[in-house]
Design a protein around this ligand. Structure first.
Ligand SMILES: *Cc1c(COP(=O)(O)O)cnc(C)c1O
Length: 387
């Protein structure tokens, strides 16, 4: 019996130890980890420099209130600002909280209230971010939802061009939908969204909670598209496993949050910000990011060659080391087959296998994963055609 609320359909794996690309369970089994805490451990498990930064901070100060100046926050904020199109940072503890801050800031700054989001998006589980998440299954039983969120179809340029409403505070989106199925935005769609935002005086909020921090081979995924968000939100990969979220905003927005407008007891905690600073110092380096793109392209190529002609495989897509394999069937039980063969992978939407390896993954590890995927998907497809 468990003392926990059953909010997760947990796998039959009890983790004992984790290092780099590998997880070791209590039964002695080793797994190649292509989940990495859901795009959290972007440097793999226990990256040395992050560990050193946390250990050093542990000896100095664990927590002080944001009523104090915290130099490590300034250092991390400076790095995030210098690496993005934003100018100031607010620290929170999670992706949902970063998005809450973005929604509040957009409403306060524009003095408008509507927020547009897109079908099969994912923005979090709090009241406002659950409402922002345009997925029925996430809303079920929790109504009435937060007011004035409206949903449009993703990648639908006509729907964006048809917006004719000046009460919109912000349009919020993921440039590659993660939970929704590893669905990249079409560049023309993002450009249409940006143009519409400028026209109607709405802010463009890009939720980079999953795509940020090098995951797609750029520091932030919006950089692939030549757009300039007004607000960027971050969490997952930012702290290498130490909980931290962040909202980066443009300078025009800074004055809209004053003392008392918004806050968080733990946001920007010293241990969290030093782990994040050590993380981005390693990842925000051009040669590192290029290597992520190279490894991602190599892996996609491997998968395409190995899975070519398989009737179950619909599409292989993604950017950098955020890769989705869409099948013509549900993949839940296939993920269990992968685990049995030693590979941990995730679901995205009902039909997509999502791969989120460490950005430091080696070609050998990628090859091993590709082999397991090939064997497992082929076995699964034989099984399927027999029925
Ligand atoms: C995971 C995720 C969130 C929510 O982050 P939490 O830290 O779980 O609150 C928000 N947006 C996107 C795109 C995510 O992938």
């Amino acid at each position: 019996m468990s003392y926990l609320f059953p909010t997760y359909a947990r796998w039959d794996v009890e983790v004992e130890k984790a290092k780099g690309s590998y997880l070791y369970d209590t039964s002695g089994k080793t797994y190649l980890d292509f989940v990495q805490g859901i795009a959290v451990c972007n440097l793999g498990h226990q990256p040395e420099l992050v560990k050193e930064a946390i250990l050093k901070q542990l000896e100095e100060v664990w927590h002080v209130s944001n009523l104090f100046h915290i130099p490590a926050q300034e250092e991390l904020a400076k790095k995030l600002v210098e690496s993005s199109c934003g100018d100031a940072v607010f620290f929170a503890n999670s992706g949902a909280e970063a998005n809450e801050a973005a929604i509040k800031l957009a409403r306060k700054h524009t003095n408008k209230h509507k927020i547009i989001t897109f079908h099969q998006s994912f923005h979090g589980r709090t009241y406002a971010t659950m409402t922002a998440t345009a997925q029925k299954k996430v809303h079920e039983g929790f109504g009435p939802l937060a007011p004035t969120f409206e949903y449009l179809p993703y990648n639908d340029i006509d729907a964006v061009e048809a917006i004719d409403d000046y009460q919109i505070a912000a349009i919020m989106l993921e440039v590659i939908q993660g939970e929704g199925g590893v669905i990249p935005a079409a560049p023309e769609f993002l450009q249409a969204v940006e143009k519409k935002c400028r026209k109607i005086g709405a802010l463009l909020i890009v939720d980079e909670v999953q795509t940020g921090i090098g995951r797609t081979g750029k520091a932030f995924a919006y950089e692939h598209y030549g757009i300039e968000p007004d607000i960027i939100t971050l969490a997952k990969g930012l702290g290498s496993g130490f909980p931290i979220g962040a909202m980066i905003g443009k300078k025009e927005l800074i004055e809209s949050f004053s003392a008392g407008s918004h806050g968080s007891t733990f946001g920007g905690n010293p241990l969290a910000v030093v782990s994040a600073k050590a993380t981005v110092d390693e990842i925000f380096i051009e040669s590192f990011l290029q290597e992520v793109q190279k490894k991602g392209n190599w892996m996609k190529q491997q998968l395409m060659e190995r899975l070519k002609g398989n009737h179950l495989v619909k599409e292989i897509r993604g950017k950098g080391l955020m890769i989705g394999i869409e099948l013509h069937t549900e993949v839940v039980s296939l993920l269990a087959d992968l685990r049995n063969r030693g590979l941990l992978a995730l679901l995205a939407g009902p039909n997509v296998i999502r791969l989120l390896p460490s950005l430091t993954v080696t070609y050998d590890e990628l090859k091993k994963a590709a082999e397991i995927l090939e064997k497992t998907i082929h076995a699964y497809s034989l099984d399927h055609s027999l029925r």
